[in-house]
Design a protein around this ligand. Sequence first.
Ligand SMILES: [Zn+2]
Length: 289
Amino acid sequence: MNIKQNLVNEDKYSIKCPYEMNAEFIVVHNTANDASAENEINYMKSNNNKVSFHYAADDKEIVQGIPENRNAWHAGDGNGDGNRKGIAIEICYSKSGGDRFTKAEQNAVIFIAQKLKEKGWGIDKVKKHQDFASKNCPHRTLELGWDRFLNMIKAELGQASTTNDLPNLTNYNGQSIVDALNSVGYDSSFSNRKILANKLGISNYTGTAEQNLKMIALLKGNTSSVTYLKNANYKGSSIVEALNQIKVDSSYSYRSKLASKNGINNYKGTATQNTQLLNKLKMGTLIKI
Ligand SMILES: [Zn+2]
């Protein structure tokens, strides 16, 4: 991601950034517009309104318009902390949303994570415009979920949040991690699942079926006691044969117990159910009883 400068002329400092500043946090905004970062910065630089912001992020780049050691007028709190201590970042294309906005938000996340590292700041240093003034900004980021946004930054930082907030999926019997997390009111976004995967020791989470099933299995019970039947490279299509090959009881009653332990309801030994069992076994995600 490209970061470039297109700084306001010094003769406009008195309008755009009159005070020296020791930044203490970042303030996130949405432009409520459909212009690129370059255009947002150019417009901000060219007019004589007491409106300014340090950075604009779009789907392609980050453009800086105000030096970080000067204040900007963005938080709607007069000479309050927002305007006098905050580094403002505007996320572009929030009016219409869509792919451009999604990418702009992702670029902002990468940039903010870099900035936090550079300054030695924690996630608590990421504020929203709304924290300083009663304005619905960053409107689309808020609508999509502020915690989701913070989680994206945490994921970018490689930080797992505290371990005591693991969702409890004991009562979930399906096979969709998204449904499962939603069913307990837990953020099921990809970025949050990535954090969750890290916590559960599932590395390099990319959202594969195997990883998702593993995650469900781990969150269903006592995570430390979950073990899986080893897949012995069985290439055929019979769960009975596969179990026999790894010397595990292949009787109907045992398969029935395996099924229920693995979220396959009302096991009757149908081809579909057996294939589900077999697929789990082949992926190494069939929980051992
Ligand atoms: Zn704002």
